[in-house]
Ligand binder design. Structure first.
Ligand SMILES: Cc1cc2nc3c(=O)[nH]c(=O)nc-3n(C[C@H](O)[C@H](O)[C@H](O)COP(=O)(O)OP(=O)(O)OC[C@H]3O[C@@H](n4cnc5c(N)ncnc54)[C@H](O)[C@@H]3O)c2cc1C
Length: 484
């Protein structure tokens, strides 16, 4: 199939409100678990004694590292800089294309728990993120340049990893391979994947938040604080009074939007809605979402503002600040006009404006096992966003599981199946066992875990117990698994 036909080869499923509710239900514990049939796990894997990884993003680098750390040679194909994507800017491996945050660190939050597990099992990405850490309250924020530079240095420095800068246009045949080309997979490879999986791929758009230059912020009209004082003064808060908010709201919902292709309409991901779409849901929706003022007091007035736009540090020099939750698909002139109605940003200069991007992923339950192996070919793995997970940490987690699996196959063993009580296991099982008819990529969430046998009544206690059970199950698993 020629590359230009790739988009047609990818099926597009409309995601209306109803299908989102179905997906939510599919994730809920009442429907857990759908039985998983492990087929092909012991099938012959023709092996050259090495693993081919396609894509040097978060998932591909983590996968390559896990193989190499177990003595298995890796050839890692990365198409940049020869060919780039609409979102990447550099030739570095593991470039973060949008936010510089890996989300919460708190272990009673599912994102925090997944990170804790990744650290326990020796994740390269988590180690490099730690080394590039920036102040971000309760979240793991990183200096994006320092982070990508460190991952690149570590991958190039490993004697068992060979990095090849070229575009893979076909699925590697006859040897263990991990496909991690990300949500912006090149069209030629997308076509090959579509051929392999049948009509199970689909595409939709994500939206990116604007980034503001620190020097252009009106600091007399902004204040530094984290909500409820958690995280000190990590965020810059841009307050609006009621009249300012009303004017801003009207401008936002009336602003001109960038054109979408017909087949991309209605394909917005519920977890990453453009701010103007969110605003359309009601006059006060933003005040309960990205512009919520709770936990903040404006030192100039001594009161809680009517609404707040928060800015998060985006680079080590603190010269760039991103507008939290302000991903959007307005035209660029309209973004400048509307966002400059926020008093503290009246004269703001934007380093980046919000943009829209394609997102490619497979219908994982129809294609994958909980090891991220394909059902049709035991030596072929998918990892990262294309495998049907959502988010930086989740992409890393899938890369880790796939890398361990491929290494196990080359060494003559079986890929690890993490216990479902762990975040790694819960994510792997969702990918393989969710309802294929309503499948959507997922972030890690406590709804993916099996229910506790005797759940505490308070939500916080339930989460703490779920996290405790996960870390204990992981500890036991690692002690017994030959891969550690
Ligand atoms: C625009 C956008 C913004 C996002 N923002 C966020 C966010 O803020 N927070 C968050 O948690 N998640 C975000 N995501 C979702 C997702 O977590 C990230 O895209 C994440 O980087 C996925 O990791 P990955 O390893 O799967 O893909 P990537 O990190 O994109 O890596 C894939 C790599 O494969 C390469 N490649 C592609 N095709 C080929 C080929 N044929 N041959 C060789 N190399 C190839 C690419 O150049 C790239 O380097 C965003 C996604 C998009 C598209």
């Amino acid at each position: 199939m020629p590359p230009e036909d790739a988009r047609e080869a990818i099926t597009h499923r409309r995601r209306d409100r109803q299908s989102h509710q179905h997906a939510k239900r599919a994730r809920s514990s009442r429907h857990w678990p759908r039985p998983i049939v492990l087929t092909n796990i012991d099938a012959m894997v023709s092996s050259t004694g090495r693993v081919v990884v396609v894509g040097g993003g978060l998932a591909g680098c983590e996968a390559a590292w896990q193989c190499a750390a177990r003595g298995v040679p890796v050839v890692l194909h990365e198409m940049r800089p020869t060919r780039t994507t609409p979102a990447h800017r550099t030739d570095r491996l593991a470039e973060l294309v949008c936010s510089n945050s890996f989300k919460s660190e708190n272990e009673t939050n599912a994102h925090g728990l997944l990170k804790a597990e990744l650290r326990r099992v020796g994740s390269l990405i988590m180690e490099c993120a730690e080394n590039a850490r920036l102040p971000a309250g309760a979240a793991l924020g990183v200096d994006r340049d320092g982070f990508a530079a460190e991952v690149t240095r570590r991958i190039y420095g490993h004697p068992l990893i060979t990095v090849v800068r070229d575009e893979a246009t076909a699925i590697p045949a006859d040897e263990p391979a991990i496909l991690a080309p990300g949500p912006l997979c090149s069209p030629a490879l997308a076509a090959a994947i579509a051929d392999f999986t049948g009509a199970d791929n689909l595409a939709f758009f994500d939206a990116i938040s604007p980034v503001v230059e620190a020097g252009s912020i009106d600091w007399d009209r902004a204040f530094r604080a984290s909500r409820y004082g958690k995280g000190g003064e990590d965020y810059v808060n841009c307050p609006l009074d009621r009249a300012e908010y009303e004017a801003f709201y009207d401008a936002l919902v009336g602003a001109g939007r960038a054109e979408l292709h017909d087949f991309d309409r209605d394909l917005l991901f519920e977890g990453c809605l453009p701010v103007e779409e969110l605003a359309r849901r009601g006059r006060d929706t933003l005040r309960f979402g990205p512009m919520k003022p709770v936990g903040l007091k404006d030192p100039r007035t001594g009161h809680r503002p009517w609404a707040v736009v928060q800015l998060r540090q985006d680079n080590l020099a603190a010269s760039h600040w991103s507008m939290v939750g302000f991903q959007n698909r307005l035209t660029w002139p309209e973004q400048r006009r509307v966002f400059r109605m926020i008093p503290a940003l009246a004269h703001s200069e934007f380093v980046n404006l919000g943009t829209m991007h394609r997102n490619t992923y497979i219908n994982a339950p129809r294609v994958l096992l909980p090891t991220f192996q394909t059902q049709a070919r035991a030596g072929l793995f998918f990892a990262g966003q294309v495998s049907g997970v959502e988010g930086y940490t989740e992409a890393t987690a899938s890369g880790l599981v796939a890398g361990l699996g491929a290494a196990a196959l080359v060494r003559g063993g079986s890929p690890p199946v993490f216990p479902p009580e762990t975040a790694l296991g819960a994510l792997s099982r969702y990918v393989a066992a969710a309802d294929a008819a309503t499948y959507q990529p997922t972030n890690i969430a406590f709804g993916l875990f099996p229910p506790l046998p005797d759940p505490p009544r308070a939500k916080h206690d339930r989460r703490r117990a779920t996290a405790g059970r996960a870390l204990s199950a992981l500890g036991t698993y690692i002690r017994e698994c030959p891969l550690w």
